[in-house]
Design a protein around this ligand. Sequence first.
Ligand code: AHR
Length: 307
Amino acid sequence: LPLPSPAAMKPKAEGEKIVVGFAQVGTESSWRIAHTKSVLQAAEEAGIELLYENADQSQQRQIEIIRGYIERGVDVIAFSPKTEEGWEDVLKEAKAAGIPVILSDREVQVGDDTLWTAYIGSDFREEGRRAARWLTQQAEAGRSYNVVELQGTPNSAPAAGREIGFKEVIKQDDRFTVLESYAGDFTKARGKALMEEALRRHGRSIHVVYAHNDDMALGAISAIEAYGLMPGKDIMLISVDATKSALKAMSIGKLNFAVECNALLGPQLMKAVKDLAEGKELPMKIITAEGVFSQETAKKALATREY
Ligand code: AHR
């Protein structure tokens, strides 16, 4: 018989602190650093004991960290899965130990969805669609546009969703051709290196860069400048995250559009943990509300942007 879903947390004694084990994927981007800070701070504010370890982009390490939390018998495990696949075994172990698992920011693909309790994060496909919708609205009639896509970590939920959503929209518009879709890793250094390669291969025939995150877009901006072109003018750039550095780049005209991906997921995560402790059932998916930024709205938002 299948084990019951560990949707409920084991009861705590009066005054006993809830313990959450958080297995972060890495420190690849400024978004990720803001996400980590948000989780640490929200745990402190909620009076929850947080065990935190960083897997430094190794799925194997992330699995080991989760196994460590299972052995310690934490109340809840939260993690941002590096990739969508490969979690079946460790999630079965968490389920067998009766520990609910909350996915904070990235989803997993497993045959049995009772292996995880809730997902808190973005709708990545919709982010890709938002990027593409803006592009199709900006593009001139009767002109054609060559696009270079700088993707995030291969097989990660945001890279998959942002590619699918973007292509779903632009493939309906014959003004656009995707020249290259490069596999990146959400880092600025890789964004720069991939853009250098794109410029070597395609030079001035590139009209648009769609980067799966701000860090890669910022790396691409330096590559474009080093090549002697003006980012934001000679080549249009669109990215996802909308961090403060991206808004700054938009305010000086080097980045054209940013789709928001909310990194401040800590408070929602801690609320979900407390709800579990009170025996409440969580919705399987808690999707964060997000917006988009044009160069005009970015200027206004800069003063209050937290990360
Ligand atoms: O999973 C969210 C993505 O991961 C962010 O867009 C990116 O910057 C990060 O590292």
